[in-house]
Design a protein around this ligand. Structure first.
Ligand code: AMP
Length: 209
């Protein structure tokens, strides 16, 4: 299975992608996670990407295209979470694949709910676990359930940056909806409700139930 997940920041793509990975073993390739890891390690890529991410802008295509091409080359099954983010990346992705994707899942949620979700998100800087202060709190409060590190607010989940990321989504990523609809690949999933509810809808949308 080769899937692309599209959706605004905070819609829960990452949570749902990890569930599919656990159940079916399809590898999640999350460009945001790869870029944050590169920043943490201060690699050349990380240093180039850092300022864009802090401003809530897209990192230049040339940096992410190579990153994705290298990751998916060896994979029969994958879920792309956060890539492509604009039409040019979508066109580049087609050139990386020898046959079409199986489906592109669009996660839908209104903007007020998105902002609520983003502002309550807490992440573990050590192991990458993601929590929400209301919907999915860590049993250890402000510490990670799994590794006990102190949880943090993602740098780009601060209110100013959230607004910018929403704008970038509307202007640059939303045109992908028509692009994939034309190709007959788009599946819409309502992202409201609990992670379990959304997961059931996702399974139906990709016909695995
Ligand atoms: P995410 O974790 O998917 O919300 O991504 C966090 C940030 O990483 C985004 O706001 C962008 O700055 C950058 N980023 C992630 N994926 C891409 C991509 N496909 N193209 C450009 N920038 C990206």
């Amino acid at each position: 299975m080769r899937l692309v997940f599209v959706g605004a920041p905070g819609v829960g793509k990452g949570t749902q992608a990890k569930r599919l990975e656990q159940q079916f073993g399809w590898t999640v390739v999350a460009t945001g996670d790869l870029l944050r890891a590169a920043i943490a390690q201060q690699t050349t890529l990380g240093r180039q990407a850092q300022a864009y991410i802090q401003r809530g802008e897209l990192v230049p295509d040339s940096l992410v295209n190579d990153l994705v091409a290298e990751r998916i080359r060896q994979l029969d099954s994958f879920i792309l979470d956060g890539y492509p983010r604009n039409l040019s990346q979508a066109e580049t992705l087609e050139t990386m694949l020898d046959s079409p994707l199986d489906a592109v899942v669009l996660f839908d949620l209104d903007e007020d709910r998105l902002i609520q979700r983003l502002s309550g998100r807490r992440v573990c800087p050590a192991c990458g676990a993601v929590f929400h202060i209301v919907a999915n709190p860590s049993q250890r409060g402000e510490q990670c359930d799994r590794c006990e590190a102190q949880l943090v607010v993602r740098e780009d989940d601060k209110p100013e940056t959230i607004r910018n990321r929403m704008r970038v989504f509307r202007e640059q990523t939303e045109p992908l909806v028509a692009f994939y609809e034309e190709r007959g690949l788009l599946r819409r999933v309502c992202a409201d409700g609990t992670p379990d509810e959304v997961y059931q809808r996702l399974l139906e949308a990709i016909h695995t139930t």
